[in-house]
Design a protein around this ligand. Sequence first.
Ligand code: ADE
Length: 227
Amino acid sequence: MRIDILTVVPELLSSPLNESILKRARQKGLVEIHVHNIRDYTTDKHRTVDDYPFGGEAGMVMKVEPVFRVVEKLKGERHYDEIIYTSPDGQTYDQHEANRLSTLENIIILCGHYKGVDYRIREHLITKEISIGDYVLTGGELAAAIITDSVVRIVPGAIGDEASALTDCFQDNLLAPPVYTRPAEFNGWKVPEVLLSGDFARIAEWQENEAWERTQRLRPDLLEKNR
Ligand code: ADE
């Protein structure tokens, strides 16, 4: 899989995409992540990527030409399954969408900035608009990093233990059950006895019950999705 991220602040993306599972997935060749500075696609002396909005509102708007140039260049090199724009007014991101994106071959993520991008970019170049939640970030870079992280970790082979991505929170619209490790007792606080029993059928049943109980208590809205 290949992810191309278009941004005016590439520095914001370097560390989140170069540590831990993402670093390993890139080293193993499971995923290629390329960050492009939109400023490199300007043609004027000042490398201008934004301008005042028509109509005289406050704030700046990302210009159409540099974004068009980088998108056209990339599209000339390969087919893209999805060209994503990160924006608070996009569709709310969730595990279902992460799963879908992880099956694609090539995607572009355009990070919004300033007051937004010239709307013609969204009308003519973008195929999918994603919000990571109902709050406003300074720019779309952190959203792009979140999307990339959540997608790459479920690309087959990225996580050492193949089964572990399938038991993540949300994979079946349930929260994950509690987990514990040694020591079995600390400070008088005990690990549930069933987990020490070695009886895998009982353990699986306990985990399923816990997942349902926690979901019902903490996120009853998720259970609606299972109906
Ligand atoms: N850019 C600014 N806020 C955002 C959000 N909530 N989701 C995605 N991109 C954004």
